[in-house]
Design a binder for this molecule. Structure first.
Ligand code: HEC
Length: 207
């Protein structure tokens, strides 16, 4: 093949690729919008975690672990609902082995947590997080590792006090959220935005 023929061949081969590139849909969000949305989502996860941890510590101190089950059962969904209403996002917790039946994961959540199950922390020791943009909107997830405090209600069944086991069984007959060890992935925060809700939240933040 001459050099010229080679060049013509290369152009002919590249043309369909160029066409594909030209027809590719415009990304739903700019890089700056995606970064701002990730920061916004991370702050929602931070607030959820801080409020829940405060409620949990107060309840444990006041009522002990068995009494705190009821507080968790009421407070956790209430905090999630309030943060959702305030932000316009859907704010929730999910787990591969869930206690609340409403915390069962969808496909994206399951795949993400399966990938994190062995190692929920990144190299810097922070919970792993991921942002995914699609035509529908933006999703953000952040790992929730199991801490020592969690074992009273999520640890090995025979290490959970009998009155706590009873309180869990009474409220969550289909509970799957025991048998965790410290450091293991317990679940994840999951924040989902539709594009209109996200654009509105970003505009509010900018204005
Ligand atoms: C006092 C008992 C208790 C303690 C201690 C506790 N939890 Fe829970 N946990 C619960 C209850 C009850 C639920 C179900 C709450 C609900 O209905 O959303 C729950 C649900 C969860 C969920 C939501 C997914 C699911 O399985 O339904 C996650 C994630 C979670 N806990 C993580 C933790 C972590 C992390 C800790 C330690 C920092 C912890 N929990 C400590 C009782 C407890």
């Amino acid at each position: 093949m001459t050099r010229r023929a080679g060049l013509a061949w290369a152009v002919a081969a590249a043309a369909p690729l160029l066409l594909v590139a030209a027809c590719a849909p415009r990304p739903a969000l700019s890089d700056a919008e995606e970064a701002a949305a990730t920061a916004l989502s991370a702050r929602l996860a931070d607030r959820f975690q801080a409020e829940l941890q405060q409620a949990l510590r107060d309840a444990l101190a006041r009522d002990g672990a068995a009494g705190a089950i009821g507080v968790c059962a009421e407070q956790a969904p209430a905090i999630a609902a309030r943060l959702s209403a305030e932000s316009g996002a859907r704010v929730r917790r999910t787990a591969l082995r869930n206690r609340n039946p409403a915390a069962a994961p969808d496909a994206f959540e399951r795949d993400t947590m399966t990938a994190w199950a062995e190692a929920p922390l990144d190299a810097a020791g922070r919970p792993k997080a991921v942002t995914q943009v699609s035509a529908e909107g933006l999703r953000y997830m952040r790992a929730i590792p199991t801490g020592g405090l969690c074992l009273a209600c999520h640890g090995a069944p025979d290490a959970i006090a009998p009155d706590v086991r009873e309180a869990i069984a009474a409220r969550y007959p289909a509970d799957r959220a025991t048998g965790f060890r410290e450091g293991e992935l317990r679940g994840a925060f999951s924040i989902s935005w539709t594009l209109p809700a996200l654009k509105q939240a970003l505009a509010q933040q900018a204005g």
